[in-house]
Design a protein around this ligand. Structure first.
Ligand SMILES: Cc1cc2nc3c(=O)[nH]c(=O)nc-3n(C[C@H](O)[C@H](O)[C@H](O)COP(=O)(O)OP(=O)(O)OC[C@H]3O[C@@H](n4cnc5c(N)ncnc54)[C@H](O)[C@@H]3O)c2cc1C
Length: 371
């Protein structure tokens, strides 16, 4: 690469975290180098047109949802929104039942007549009373009972994580929402949608600033030493940064198989979960999310696996302890801020990543202003 590249800030990773950080810096008059090892910006939110002309989400379905007006407005400067409300069904006992579990899920599964007024009492009658919630199975049976756990969660969790729910921290399944009404939307946030012209267009507009310089298909370690900067925001894997000196953090990966069907519609909902059948966990029909009109439809089949890109931090005590050691090292790294889902070894929704990006950029700007 030759001559030294000079920027006010260096951002490693062009996902939603890195792009947000870069945009905030750029708008404050700072020059920024954004580097990504992939050939595209947008990180895991990236979408593209497949060979059949259907817009698909390359790294799995991404639905934007937030209660933060600040985030919604910030991203809204770079895209119009398609006001889409996500729906998911689970294929259980040959039926497609609404997820999250709501009054209709229960009534159709058991052919009974629970109402929003009686749902809480019904769940109290089937749930298991536990003094201590030790793991994710407990977290489900304590709220929904054993039968619902067995039908919706037991095998899905095993497929998703490769380990039984009994070995997974309760917090994973404690987060699963339950609806005490007939609301069949997957998310209940105030703002929900999909960038009208796709995530890729949204990120291209974020990157289109004279102070932002993109460098793609370049790895951090290969460029290190060739960049001069005042601050570095690193959104890659924290263990990789430290050359895995304490060992590798556990990640669950996903393999996506995309198939195009020459038919108008493939399935009832945008996403169908298969807790008990097949090796894949879910199928996604992208046109149902994007609203694209076309003569065929593309579906992805999602196979969880242990090899491949890091997707979900595996929520075990060992991994948390290992991460704590890297987090200690990170504190000693001076001008480096570790951010995003890989830099902080956390599952982050897009809105949380964006909010964190804004906060980190503003903090660094303040810090450097006062030096
Ligand atoms: C299957 C799936 C579905 C999801 N669905 C939703 C959803 O519906 N709604 C929602 O809000 N969130 C969803 N998410 C979460 C969403 O993907 C994250 O919030 C988002 O990707 C976080 O962005 P990020 O910038 O932190 O990380 P990333 O998007 O992973 O970006 C990090 C970037 O850093 C680059 N990088 C890493 N290391 C290096 C290096 N050494 N050198 C150069 N570049 C490097 C990577 O190539 C990557 O592009 C989903 C996640 C998954 C896995």
């Amino acid at each position: 690469m030759g001559a030294m590249m000079k920027y006010d800030y260096w951002v490693v990773g062009a996902g939603i975290t890195g792009m947000t950080v870069a945009r905030v810096f750029a708008e404050q008059g700072k020059t920024v180098l954004v580097l990504d090892r992939r050939s595209h910006i947008g990180g895991n939110c990236h979408d593209e047109y497949d060979e059949y002309g259907i817009r698909v989400h390359k790294y799995g379905p991404h639905i934007f949802h937030t209660n933060s007006k600040e985030v919604w407005d910030f991203l809204g400067r770079f895209t119009e929104w398609r006001h889409y409300q996500h729906k998911v069904c689970a294929y259980v006992e040959s039926m497609l039942l609404p997820i999250p579990i709501n009054v209709d899920t229960i009534n159709r599964l058991y052919d009974i007549a629970v109402t929003p007024a009686t749902m809480a009492a019904y769940l109290a009658s089937v749930s298991v009373k536990l003094d201590v919630v030790k793991n994710s199975r407990d977290a489900v049976i304590g709220r929904l009972g054993v039968d619902i756990y067995d039908k919706f969660f037991k095998n899905y969790t095993l497929k998703q994580w490769g380990i039984p729910a009994e070995e997974i921290h309760p917090s994973v399944c404690e987060r699963i929402p339950i609806r005490f009404n007939r609301d069949s939307r997957y998310f209940s946030d105030q703002f929900q949608g999909i960038p009208l012209h796709g995530y890729q267009k949204m990120f291209e507009r974020m990157a289109a600033h004279e102070n932002i310089h993109l460098l793609l298909q370049a790895d951090f370690k290969d460029v290190l030493g060739e960049v001069e900067y005042n601050g570095l925001v690193y959104t890659g894997p924290i263990d990789e940064y430290f050359n895995y000196r304490h060992g590798k953090l556990g990640y669950r990966s996903l393999r996506f198989v995309f198939t195009n069907y020459r038919q108008a519609s493939f399935q009832e909902a945008s996403v169908v979960n298969f807790p008990n059948d097949y090796e894949f966990t879910r199928t996604t029909e992208y046109r149902k999310i994007t609203g694209q009109e076309a003569g065929s439809t593309t579906v992805s089949y999602e196979y969880p696996c242990n090899v491949g890109d890091p997707y979900y931090p595996i929520p075990t005590a060992d991994n948390q302890n290992l991460y704590a050691r890297y987090a200690e090292d990170a504190k000693k790294e001076g001008d480096v801020v570790f951010a995003g889902r890989l830099g902080s070894y956390r599952y982050l929704n897009m809105d949380a990543a964006c909010l964190e990006g804004m906060r980190i950029a503003r903090n660094l700007l303040n810090l450097h202003q006062n030096v």
